[in-house]
Design a protein around this ligand. Structure first.
Ligand code: IPE
Ligand code: IPE
Ligand code: MG
Length: 248
């Protein structure tokens, strides 16, 4: 199936409240939440999605109680071990985006190995945003530019090239589960023209059926990128804008 939705980003929110409503510890919600990730990854491929960026842990989430933080790191560790074969089999190109410097050496190695092993795969580009903050990503891009090009101004393209995974490009659709209507420091640059979809469903109850429904409903929205009729992409809208500027 061909869809205009190529890059999907998901804020996987609501695990804690889902567990609390069931009188279970918050961590149980995270475990259940992690267990549905692979279904959504596999469904993405079938829905024609080329890149999927999942928000698993923000730079701000480090401020949570220590047992929750430790538990979340352990869940990532387990996920990397458990899902490795399946990701490789499905030719998923896996990458963690974020500041992983605080993680222990075992998990760093698991991440590095999986990234290395899958980096040339041509299937879904799966990014796990872990210890991720968009403001940090922005500042990191600017700083790496300044170091390499002192006294030279950067273009939008230079800036985008310095992001953590530039090849995934613009986000077409951002989904947030859990019922809140906010971005919480996720992909601030990449969502400039994304379609936004907020669902009340808490992440552990999110399903392939709901995901498919969202993608189909959004694929029918008219994306104008500033023009007055449907435009195929932001890129084409910007090129047309340039031509017009040169003609007036
Ligand atoms: C999202 O679920 C997962 C992380 C932020 C790690 P939450 O843990 O934020 O769940 P709620 O929002 O408290 O329900
Ligand atoms: C955003 O959820 C981060 C992740 C889902 C990983 P939060 O639960 O941390 O966001 P806030 O605190 O509601 O803004
Ligand atoms: Mg939350």
């Amino acid at each position: 199936m061909q869809s205009s939705i190529k890059h999907v980003a998901i804020i996987m929110d609501g695990n804690g409240r889902w567990a609390t409503q069931r009188r279970r510890p918050r961590l149980w919600g995270h475990v259940r939440g992690a267990s549905i990730v692979s279904d959504i990854v596999e469904a993405s491929d079938n829905l024609g999605v080329k890149a999927l960026t999942l928000y698993a842990f923000s730079t701000e989430n480090w401020s949570r109680p220590l047992d929750e933080v430790t538990g979340l790191v352990k869940i990532l560790n387990k996920f990397l071990i458990k899902e490795r074969q399946r990701l490789i089999k499905n030719k998923v190109a896996f990458k963690v985006i974020g500041d992983t410097s605080h993680l222990n050496s075992e998990i760093k190695k698991l991440i590095q190995d999986l990234e290395h092993e899958t980096k040339n795969f041509e299937g879904l580009k799966l990014s796990f945003a872990f210890s991720y903050g968009a403001r940090k990503e922005i500042v990191d891009s600017i700083n790496s530019w300044i170091v390499k090009h002192p006294n030279q101004l950067m273009t939008e393209q230079d800036f985008a090239n310095g992001l953590y995974r530039p090849e995934t490009g613009e986000v077409d659709l951002l989904i947030r589960t859990g019922g809140d209507f906010r971005i919480s420091n996720f992909l601030l640059w990449q969502i400039a023209y994304a379609e936004l979809f907020f669902t009340q469903t808490k992440w552990p109850e999110f399903s392939v059926a709901e995901y498919t429904k969202i993608i189909n409903s959004v694929a029918n929205r008219e994306r104008r990128f500033g023009a007055i009729h449907s435009m195929p992409s932001l890129d084409e809208s910007q090129q047309l804008a340039k031509q017009h500027i040169n003609q007036i």
